[in-house]
Write a protein that binds this ligand. Structure first.
Ligand SMILES: Nc1ncnc2c1ncn2[C@@H]1O[C@H](COP(=O)(O)OP(=O)(O)OP(=O)(O)O)[C@@H](O)[C@H]1O
Ligand SMILES: [Mg+2]
Length: 119
């Protein structure tokens, strides 16, 4: 699978998503990375078995400086910037960032639309 884009920025997306999965998933949990074509679109998944992100917070976590008030966020260091960077990089690559329930945990999905075609 190939995606046209800025390799450094796209690695930045993976780095931030994996960093969050490692940070928020308690030890003994599972983190999964997957790249595949879904309905003709290249898709990257980073999923974990941690506390997950409530549906009502999924838009907010993409905004700069937002950190969940849950005990999990308080237990870690950070500035609430990683996902806002991921969202900005997705935008310039004509991609959507989606947050799903991984039951348990969360699944972050980067879905490339339109012109960034896979070959
Ligand atoms: N994999 C995850 N599981 C549970 N909560 C998450 C996960 N990823 C992000 N979050 C929630 O979203 C918030 C925002 O994430 P973001 O990456 O923007 O900031 P951060 O990780 O707290 O700090 P920074 O990325 O600046 O070091 C986190 O504080 C946490 O509450
Ligand atoms: Mg982060």
């Amino acid at each position: 699978m190939k995606v046209h884009g800025d390799v450094d920025l796209l690695f930045g997306v993976i780095e931030n998503l994996v960093d969050n999965a490692l940070e928020f998933t308690p030890s003994g949990g599972t983190i999964t990375l997957e790249a595949r074509i879904d309905a003709g679109q290249p898709v990257l998944h980073v999923a974990d078995s941690g506390p997950g992100i409530e549906p009502g917070e999924r838009e907010a976590v993409l905004c700069p400086f937002y950190r969940s008030p849950s005990q999990y966020a308080h237990a870690t260091a950070g500035h609430g910037l990683g996902l806002s960077l991921v969202a900005a990089i997705a935008r310039v690559h004509d991609a959507d960032i989606e947050i799903h329930d991984n039951q348990p945990g969360c699944k972050m999905v980067l879905r490339f639309r339109g012109r960034m075609l896979a070959r």
